[in-house]
Design a binder for this molecule. Structure first.
Ligand SMILES: Cc1cc2nc3c(=O)[nH]c(=O)nc-3n(C[C@H](O)[C@H](O)[C@H](O)COP(=O)(O)OP(=O)(O)OC[C@H]3O[C@@H](n4cnc5c(N)ncnc54)[C@H](O)[C@@H]3O)c2cc1C
Length: 465
């Protein structure tokens, strides 16, 4: 079938957005403002049946396919040129089942949607640390966040997924149904089909938790990181921490004098009683001379959205990332030397402390491979769309040089932190050889023609095969 000019998809009840639609430009925009792709058709699905209809239509018409969850991937894989976007952005429902403490989450939901519904019951699952990130892409790549050391990665909490395969079939993947597919979904990204809904395990969290950042002057970075390395070495699983190196973001809680001042921050969230959390972060708060200490009891749902405005939609972004072999003195010195070398005050680097339940999950149980990694780093260059191209070039160069300097200390990479272009070749690095080979087998079974290739692509067969 050739794609008709006035698009009609048989059996589709959602909204079809073509190039002449007044919402076309909004509908094709994604979080990263550098991405400017012009799909032929955006099929905004209203449910699983629409997803199946859209996938079958794309196959029948031989159209390039992109799948949009939250539209947050820095590489902009949620949109493609000329083809069809299977757009899940209208599928954001979340329902909580209190009998078995699970949440059923539609494939286009954002983490803010999940936190809102689950926290109404004092429950949560591990999600991203920015509320406007999509559940779809984040969950399928692994899912790191404040709760992971206590409750595992997002993939460790995934119980089942309903999805549409490349043939347009609707299948359920779980430990009992299509276990090979279920293994691959938990880390292998959007390579195997379109997930219309996820079911996650929930855990009691908050609703009030001890959380927030402490900031120190940029000059103190090496000292803070050395202290931090020892501090987190025996941290309880309940304590999640993320380091942020950049200028102090202009949040409402930050006074004028500190805004945009270069600083290192350790942000934390204690997934347990507030009093225990207060004890767990006491030494951190007492270290050195903080510029400002914003740690305190707060609603978990508020903490989860507290940095949303620091990474808004539409700015220009470029990322580099790597897992680290450890926080050695050499790594700390490199980080301290490079972290504040960006010219844009919006650029920053962040380091996540892994371990705990992430490390205890059985090796090979999921496609997410990096169970032994304690720390990773993401170098996030950010500038304004109206800024001169030279700003973007300088920020991009900063991110690349920073990553290059860390070369001797790299240990794989989290697939969801990969950017486009020069990161495409790093997909195998993200999975490691053994997991990659297994993913190739599952890909060959469920998507042999690589219909789902606008992603961190796993090729169904390599030339050697
Ligand atoms: C500001 C910011 C903060 C972030 N914070 C975190 C964090 O704390 N923890 C973390 O782990 N990651 C984090 N990330 C990375 C995040 O996991 C990825 O960007 C992820 O791809 C976002 O998913 P999405 O659905 O919003 O993206 P999209 O761009 O919509 O999708 C990316 C890809 O995922 C696939 N996909 C999405 N939804 C589906 C679906 N329902 N079915 C099948 N395939 C699908 C598609 O292949 C698509 O190309 C963050 C990203 C940003 C920009």
């Amino acid at each position: 079938m050739t794609a008709p000019t006035a698009m009609q998809i048989p059996g589709f009840r959602g909204v079809l957005i073509t190039r002449d639609h007044h919402h076309y430009d909004d509908a094709r925009a994604v979080w990263n403002g550098t991405v400017d792709r012009r799909p032929r058709l955006i099929a905004r699905c209203s449910g699983t049946a629409d997803v199946a209809a859209a996938v079958r239509f794309a196959r029948d018409c031989d159209l390039e396919v992109a799948v949009r969850g939250g539209g947050h991937n820095v590489a902009g894989t949620a949109v493609c040129d000329d083809g069809i976007v299977v757009d899940l952005s209208a599928m954001r429902a979340v329902s909580v089942d209190l009998v078995d403490s699970t949440a059923l989450v539609q494939g286009g939901a954002l983490w803010g949607d999940v936190d809102h519904e689950t926290q109404a019951h004092g429950l949560a699952t591990t999600g991203g640390i920015v509320g406007h990130t999509g559940v779809g892409g984040l969950s399928l790549g692994g899912g790191i966040g404040w709760l992971m050391r206590k409750h595992g990665l997002t993939v460790d909490n995934l119980l089942e997924a309903e999805m549409v395969t490349a043939r347009g079939d609707i299948v359920r993947a779980s430990a009992n149904d299509h276990p090979d597919l279920f293994w691959a979904l938990r880390g292998g990204g959007g390579n195997f089909g379109v997930v219309s809904s996820f079911r996650f395990a929930l855990h009691p969290v908050g609703p009030t938790v001890m959380a927030g950042p402490v900031f120190w002057a940029a000059e103190d970075t090496a000292d803070v990181l050395r202290f931090y390395r020892d501090f987190v070495a025996d941290a309880p699983d309940e304590l999640g921490t993320v380091i942020r190196l950049g200028t102090v973001p202009p949040l409402p809680v930050v006074g004028d004098a500190l805004r945009f001042r270069p600083a290192v921050a350790v942000a934390s969230c204690y997934a347990g009683p507030v009093e225990a959390g207060e004890r767990a972060v006491r030494a951190l708060r007492q270290f050195g001379t903080p510029l400002v200490d914003l740690v305190g009891p707060k609603l978990y749902v508020d903490h989860q959205s507290s940095i949303d405005d620091t990474v808004p939609h539409g700015w220009h972004y470029y990322w580099k990332a790597t897992n680290l072999t450890g926080l050695s003195d050499a790594v700390i010195d490199i980080v301290a030397e490079h972290a504040f070398g960006a010219t844009s005050p919006r650029s920053y680097a962040a380091m996540f402390h892994m371990g705990g339940a992430v490390a205890r999950a059985p090796r090979g149980a999921t496609a997410y491979p990096a169970r032994d990694v304690d720390h990773n780093i993401i170098i996030d260059a950010a500038w304004l769309p109206e800024q001169d191209d030279t700003v973007g070039a300088a920020e991009t160069a900063w991110a690349r040089e920073f990553l290059d300097a860390l070369a001797p200390h790299r240990a794989g990479v989290y697939v969801n932190f990969l950017d486009s272009d020069d990161d495409t070749s790093r997909v195998r690095e993200a999975y490691g050889d053994a997991n990659y080979r297994r993913l190739v087998e599952v890909k060959a079974k469920y998507d042999p023609e690589n219909v789902f290739r606008n992603n961190k692509n796993i090729q169904p067969a390599t030339p050697a095969q």
